[in-house]
Design a protein around this ligand. Structure first.
Ligand SMILES: *Cc1c(COP(=O)(O)O)cnc(C)c1O
Length: 473
């Protein structure tokens, strides 16, 4: 493909994406076809001769798009949002076009330096503790996901807990990780990958009212492990749990970690974005205790997957835990100690220029634009929660500090399961579920950039109409 062919095809593809966004609302949010439909529509063999981009676009329309769940649809209220936006897509396009590798500073200096500055910008934007800034001992890096951030934090924590020996000897003692029963599944996965095993994770009970980790229970678990000769290595606290957006008491948890010298990682994958708004920063109280922290701009901050922002208070510990230096990567800049080599901050060696999409987003929206996006999500969730509160047929199942509302029909689990199935079957909305204190609970997560009051109200109308059918049985 010559640059001129690329220009023509590229314009067609950008037009195609713009049309997709402009017509998104008319599509069903989720596909209704059975498994195998998309695969069956594709040829069994690759094309022998090359084809024009138009042929691929036609198949996108005919085969791929009908088989998608449309995460950017204004009626998408499932899981947590996975925002993208025009500036994010354009930044990613530039990154793809440049095709540089940022594993070392020396392999593409601007790739590293832009990322370092952007992570300092983001730290300012969220008003994170100054210890996370690269101007001191800390610093930030873009990981592909919050799961990777937790893995990397676990490895650094093991390095610290073993006095540096873990690097050479592997796991030779019973190291332990702690999180609440609502901690994300990626914490257990990280523990398995790091060699602690699922049994190495202590699931600490939560307060039944707030679903937040109970610090007294954490302390008791740590003391029991210490008494048994185990080594507490890491505590993962969550700001905005995946189930209900509960906020763990980070300051109290941090005080316990400080007392025992345990690494504190704070996982704010979804809710961290809220801290761009000063009025929501209460959720980050106690963060000055954290050794590491992450949130996903790819969830609620208008930046397409993959973009997890991860900071450490002491980059030296992280780099010591992960660095391996083969001869072919040796270079004068690294040896001078004056540069950051992000390969030592992550699991893979190679890395894309992901800072570009974040840069495009920050410059296009500015601080005010990002705040407006978060505030809109919070206000829409509050509007929906008001409807629930005012209607005897429904009840709220948890607090809604951000843009997620957990609720249920005042009926048994079967009725609530049926309610979710029926409203999702309309294709107008997509909600998902969780369990709160054992009970089936519906989740409505606002955050798609196109969602407005009209869409939240439509979800409410669908719920009420369906509830009447179910309650009349
Ligand atoms: C979504 C989520 C994760 C995982 O996010 P990825 O970036 O997809 O790995 C981790 N922790 C919490 C609290 C989450 O909500």
């Amino acid at each position: 493909m010559t640059p001129d062919e690329f220009r023509r095809a590229g314009h067609a593809v950008v037009d195609w994406i713009a049309d997709y966004w402009a017509t998104l609302e008319q599509r069903p949010v989720t596909p209704a076809d059975p498994p195998g439909t998309v695969a069956a529509a594709l040829p069994a063999t690759p094309p022998t001769a090359g084809e024009p981009v138009e042929a691929v676009l036609a198949d996108l329309d005919a085969i791929v798009v009908p088989g998608l769940t449309h995460w950017q649809h204004p009626g998408f209220f499932g899981y947590f949002p996975a925002n993208t936006s025009g500036p994010s897509v354009l930044g990613d396009l530039v990154s793809s076009g440049l095709g540089v590798q940022g594993m070392l500073w020396a392999t593409s200096p601007a790739c590293t330096e832009l990322e370092t500055v952007l992570m300092d910008w983001l730290a300012q934007l969220l008003d994170l503790p100054s210890r996370f800034r690269s101007t001191g001992a800390g610093g930030g890096v873009i990981q592909d996901s919050a799961s990777s951030a937790t893995l990397v934090a676990t490895l650094a924590a093991l390095h610290r807990a073993s006095g540096g020996r873990w690097r050479e000897t592997g796991i030779d003692r019973r190291y332990r990780a702690y999180t609440s029963t609502h901690g994300h599944s990626s914490i257990e996965k990280a523990a398995r990958i790091a060699g602690l095993g699922s049994d190495g994770v202590r699931a600490i009970e939560v307060d039944p009212e707030t679903q937040a980790l109970r610090p007294a229970a954490l302390r008791a678990a740590i003391e029991a492990d210490l008494a048994a000769g185990d080594v507490p290595a890491i505590v993962v606290a969550t700001i905005g749990t995946t189930s209900t957006t509960a906020v763990d008491p980070v300051a109290e948890i941090g005080a316990v970690c400080a007392e025992y010298g345990i690494w504190l990682h704070v996982d704010a994958a979804y809710a961290g974005a809220a801290a761009v708004c000063p009025e929501l920063r209460w959720s980050h109280n106690g963060l000055e205790y954290a050794d590491s922290y992450c949130f996903d701009p790819h969830k609620w901050l208008l930046t397409g997957f993959d973009c997890d922002a991860f900071w450490v208070a002491d980059r030296g510990e992280l780099v010591e835990a992960l660095t391996v230096l083969p001869e072919f990567l040796r270079n004068a800049a690294s040896e001078s100690g004056a540069v950051i080599d992000y390969r030592d901050w992550q699991v893979p060696l190679g890395r894309r220029f992901r800072a570009l999409k974040l840069w495009f987003v920050l410059r296009w929206y500015g601080v005010e634009g990002l705040r407006a996006h978060i505030r809109s999500g919070v206000a829409l969730a509050a509007r929906f929660a008001d409807r629930i509160r005012a209607d005897d047929r429904f009840e709220l199942a948890a607090a809604h500090p951000f843009s997620l509302v957990c609720f249920r029909l005042c009926a048994d689990d079967d009725a609530n399961t049926e309610l979710l199935t029926r409203i999702n079957r309309t294709g107008r909305v997509h909600l998902t579920h969780t369990r709160v204190a054992g009970r089936y609970t519906l989740r409505l997560a606002v955050g798609s950039p196109q969602t407005t009051e009209r869409h939240v109200d439509e979800a409410w109308t669908l719920l009420v109409d369906t509830a009447d059918e179910l309650l009349a049985r």
